[in-house]
Structures are given as C-alpha cells and as structure tokens.
Design a protein around this ligand. Structure first.
Ligand code: FPP
Length: 233
C-alpha cells in the first residue's frame, strides 16, 4: 500500500449489503450478516493496526426493528457472540481496546446488556483504541436523547458543545471519515450531529466483500481531500 500521509482519527462504517450479498449467492440473509460480522472483526483490527484510534460501526439501527423477528434475533446473536468473544478471549483487554456502544440499550436483550456492561467496565481504562458499536442507534434519537438529558440537568442557553457532550459519543472526536458500502448514497440516520464535517465515501462493494485492500483505496481517497471546515484555503 502507498504510504498514507493523512489518516482519519475516527472512522465510521455503515455496513450495508449483507442481505443482498447472501441473496445473490442463493443463501438466506443471515449468512450475509455472519460474513459481515467476520469482515467487521478483520477491518477493525486493520484500522487499529494502521493507527486509526476510533472506529464506529452501525450494527443495528432504531429502524432495523422493522425486519422479520428471526433476522433481528440473528443479528443480536452475532452481537452477543462478538461481545462474548471480546469478554472471554480477553481480546479487547489484551489489545487495550476500549469498547463503547451508542444507542438505547434498554430495548435490547437483557443478557446482551449485561455482557456489554461487563466489557465496558473491563475496558473503560484503555485509551489507545476505541471501538464504538451502534446498537439500537439512530442519529435523531441521539440528538433527542441529548436534549432531554440537558433539560433534566436544568441547562439553559445550550450551545453546540453542550449537545456534543450529551450525545452517546461524549468524549469522542467527531468522525473524520464515514464509509458506506453497497451503493446507497445516504447516511440513514448514522451519527447525524457528529458527521457535520465528516468526509463521506460510498462504494458499491457489499459489506461482506469489503476488505483491508478496499479500505486502503478509500483511505487513499481520504488522504487527498482538502478539509476546509468552512475556511478558505
Ligand atoms: C445492513 O445490511 C447490515 C445490518 C443491518 C446489520 C449489520 C450487522 C453486522 C455486520 C453483523 C453484526 C455486527 C457486529 C458488531 C458483530 P442489510 O441487511 O441492510 O443488507 P441489504 O441492504 O443488502 O438488505
């Protein structure tokens, strides 16, 4: 890979196309999710190996409840396996990775909530790398939740920093680069407030076919971009 002079500090992934990937192969959609979870693990490891400090991924949206129950249950079983593996194999601890989640966890299965609380407690002291998993997450819900938090705190004259500090991503920098796979060109309610100045990258590749090589291509594209943040240059 060509040397990357400019890497994002925080990268976000909208992992789309699992269902289509499986259907194209004549397989049930859940095979796509399974392959998608394996690919996520590889991509997260690769991001951290490059020195990207924060990785956010969209595992389950507030809208995904509209899917058939069997598919919803299967996605949660993958999430459970993923978190349990991090807990049991000490993967996150050995690699000093902080695991965070964003979204309303009160609606997800109770045993998964417990596993998440455990991994968050066990890894909260790490600061080298942060994996932020969106579960039952919606960008609008994030902002509404933040507003309600600020109201409860009795805050008035709210500014942008107050809202940032009340979002699920409190303490994390905004994403610099968001990649969406599978061809659709939209954010679909992912990190809406945080992505105000994010560079966006869309690829037709279905998530289960995404790879470190394809990520390199996206990162090379990112490195060439001129981020102006409203300034002239
Ligand atoms: C979008 O593809 C993908 C999802 C809604 C689920 C993403 C979940 C995973 C990658 C696995 C679980 C995650 C972790 C962290 C272990 P789609 O089903 O909308 O695909 P389609 O648009 O082709 O139907």
């Amino acid at each position: 890979m060509r040397k990357l002079d400019k890497l994002p500090t925080h990268i976000g992934f909208i992992m789309d196309g699992n269902g289509r990937w499986a259907t194209r192969r004549g397989m049930p959609r859940k095979f796509g999710h399974k392959k998608g979870a394996d690919v996520l693990e590889k991509i997260v490891d690769y991001c951290f190996s490059l020195g990207i400090k924060y990785v956010s991924c969209f595992a389950f949206s507030t809208e995904n409840w509209k899917r058939p129950k069997e598919e919803v249950d299967y996605i949660f079983s993958l999430l459970r396996e993923y978190i349990k593996n991090q807990n049991n194999k000490n993967k996150a601890k050995d690699n000093k990775i902080k695991i965070r989640t964003m979204g309303d966890l009160t609606k997800i299965p109770a045993d998964l909530q417990e596993e998440i609380i455990k991994i968050q407690q066990d890894t909260c002291k790490y600061d080298d790398f942060v994996l932020n998993i969106a579960m039952n997450y919606g960008g609008r819900d994030d902002v509404v939740n933040a507003c309600n938090t600020l109201i409860k705190e009795g805050k008035t004259n709210i500014n942008e920093q107050d809202i940032s500090n009340a979002l699920y991503t409190k303490g994390m920098p905004d994403p610099d680069f968001i990649i969406r796979t599978a061809g659709d060109v939209r954010l679909s309610n992912f990190m809406l407030y945080q992505s105000a100045y994010a560079e966006l990258y869309f690829t037709k590749t279905y998530w289960p076919d995404f790879s470190p090589k394809k990520l390199n291509k996206a990162l090379q594209n990112y490195a060439k971009r001129n981020r102006k943040f409203g300034k002239v240059n």
